[in-house]
Each structure stands twice: as structure tokens, then as C-alpha cells.
Design a protein around this ligand. Structure first.
Ligand SMILES: [Zn+2]
Length: 128
């Protein structure tokens, strides 16, 4: 069931809400940047994501042939989410970094991470 979660970067300059169904599990991107930062994310549709503050603090990094812009805070360096186009859903998406969700039950996150661990590698999200 989709729930609305609040999230932020480390310093709190970038803040957002996102409608996420944690029962659907998390995804581990296999691009070099996400592997290096151990990014685990959930994909949400743009209408389920709302940036509450910090647009002016967002910098981006696009790796290789990636179709996703990895957005990070220019103050603390944390990557709370990314935006891009995903062929698997044939549309624009927002990849929300699960580690940046605030006030979420750690057991829910652990269960979401466990779900992707059981999925085949082919099911993992790849941005580039
Ligand atoms: Zn920050």
C-alpha cells in the first residue's frame, strides 16, 4: 500500500515528500555511481513526488550513458533522489533514495531491502 513519506538530505536544505509502496520492494541501481555510493532506491512516478525545498541547492551528476540525473545537495553532498526516464516504465520517474526517508520504521526499510535481495539481477534497475 502506498504511503506518503517525508525525506531530506543530511543538512535538511533539500526536503521532499514521496508516495511509496514499500511492499513492492527496493531497487539497487547497477550504474557505477550508485554502486560506489551503495544507493538503494524506489521508483516513483513524478506525480507522487513533491520537492518541498532546496531546489537551489541541487546539483547533478549524470554518469556515462545514464538517463537518470543523480541529484545531490551542494551543501552536504547527500543524494536524496534522482530524476530521469526509464524504458521499463516508458516514462519519467523519480528514484528516491531510501536512506533519505525521515521518520520511517527501520523494520519497513529492512523488509523492502530484503525483497530486492531475492529478486534476480535482471530485475535490478539500471540507469546506465
Ligand atoms: Zn544537504
Amino acid at each position: 500500500m502506498k504511503q506518503t513519506f517525508r525525506g531530506s538530505c543530511h543538512c535538511g536544505k533539500v526536503r521532499f515528500t514521496a508516495g511509496i509502496d514499500l511492499d513492492a520492494g527496493a531497487r539497487r541501481c547497477s550504474c557505477a555511481a550508485c554502486v560506489k555510493t551503495r544507493a538503494w532506491s524506489v521508483i516513483v512516478e513524478p506525480q507522487d513526488f513533491r520537492l518541498l525545498g532546496g531546489e537551489q541547492h541541487l546539483c547533478d551528476h549524470t554518469a556515462g550513458s545514464a538517463t537518470l540525473r543523480h541529484l545531490f545537495c551542494d551543501h552536504c553532498g547527500v543524494r536524496p533522489f534522482g530524476r530521469g526516464r526509464l524504458e521499463a516504465v516508458d516514462g519519467e520517474v523519480v528514484a528516491v533514495n531510501l536512506a533519505c526517508l525521515d521518520e520511517v520504521d527501520p523494520a519497513l526499510l529492512a523488509a523492502a531491502w530484503a525483497r530486492i535481495a531475492k529478486r534476480p539481477l535482471a530485475g535490478a534497475l539500471r540507469y546506465g
